[in-house]
Structures are given as C-alpha cells and as structure tokens.
Design a protein around this ligand. Structure first.
Ligand code: IMP
Length: 173
C-alpha cells in the first residue's frame, strides 16, 4: 500500500539543483567520475549528472545486500564492478538511499584500495535511524524516517521504481 507522496517530484528536482550547486562549487576546475550504484540510483544519477556543470564521466557498480527482503541480509556481493580505473581520480559514489550503511561501507573500503584522488558519497535519501555502520556522507538530499520507501528508482522486489515521487510502502497483509 502506498502513502501519499512522502517527497514530491518538485521537491526532488529542487534538492538535486541545490546538491549540484554544492558539488560544482567543491570540484571547481576538476573532472569527476560519478559511480552510480545500480539499480536504485538510476533516475537520481541521470538527473544529478544533467544538473552538474562539472565535467563528468559515468560508471556503475551493482551490489546485492538485500535479496528479496525489506531488511538488509548483511551479505555483500559485487555483482558488477567498475569499467573505469579510479586510481588518481575524483570519485563520487551516487546512491539512492543509505539505510544500514553496510553497502556503502563495503564499497568505500573496496574503492579505497584502488587509490582514488578523492572519494565522496552523494545520496538522495538518508535513514539515519537505521544505521548499523557509520559512513561519512558528503551530500544528502533528504533525511527520512526509518520506513520502507519506493519510487524514483527505489523498488520493492523490482516494482515501483518508475514512480516519479517517493512514497512509503507497506505490503498488504
Ligand atoms: P544499506 O546497505 O542497508 O545501507 O542499504 C542500501 C541499499 O538497500 C539501497 O541502495 C537500496 O537498494 C536498499 N534499500 C534500503 N532501504 C530501502 C527502502 O526503504 N526502499 C527500497 N530500497 C531500500
């Protein structure tokens, strides 16, 4: 069952403009590699990259920590690795949501071994109350309560990614 939009399409657009301005200011004169975490970041990455003035390249990773459940299983598997070598590059990981922090902490650990020039994190949504592992997030769109949400890339068992807004979702009994 969907809620009314928790975050509207307009609010998302506005937050992305604000975030892009902050990123442009921080990386002035530099090139940036955006790394989207599939699949949830697909719309966020598409919109954020087009709002940026900084020259970017785009790559993707896919990890699985969740399976079909709504709670993290804690098992991290790299399903698809980067195509681009990140050594000496400014890298910005683009995530849909930070929940327990498990996915990002493992990704950051892995990427650091490849010696990027810098490594930062941008997430559209942050659920600070769900955190199990501390992760430093550099750019956040919205802090949300510890509820399961869908839309704008986020899914429930692969459904509802294409909702244009974010809504809370609970499975019917
Ligand atoms: P974490 O490792 O627990 O921080 O989870 C990160 C990943 O879990 C995200 O990239 C999402 O794919 C998924 N996830 C976490 N919370 C939600 C949610 O509320 N709705 C949909 N997917 C979620």
């Amino acid at each position: 069952m969907f809620s009314e939009p928790l975050i509207s399409q307009q609010e998302i657009e506005q937050a992305i403009v604000t975030m892009a301005q902050a990123i442009d200011a921080d990386y002035a004169g530099e090139n940036l590699l955006l790394v989207g975490v599939l699949k949830g970041s697909l719309y966020f990455l598409a919109d954020l990259s087009r709002a940026l003035k900084t020259p970017v390249e785009i790559d993707f990773v896919q990890v699985s920590t969740y399976g079909q459940q709504q709670t993290s299983s804690g098992v991290f598997k790299l399903v698809k690795d980067l195509d681009i070598n990140i050594e000496g590059r400014h890298v910005l990981i683009v995530e849909d949501i930070v929940d327990s922090g498990l996915t990002l902490s493992r990704l950051v650990e892995l990427f650091q071994t490849r010696r990027p020039k810098s490594l930062r994190i941008a997430t559209l949504l942050n659920k600070p109350k769900a955190r199990k592992i501390d992760v430093q997030i550099d750019y956040v769109g919205f802090e949300i309560p510890n509820q399961f949400v869908v839309g704008y890339g986020l899914d429930d068992s692969e459904r509802f990614r294409n909702l244009p807004h974010i809504a809370t979702f609970s499975k019917p009994e």
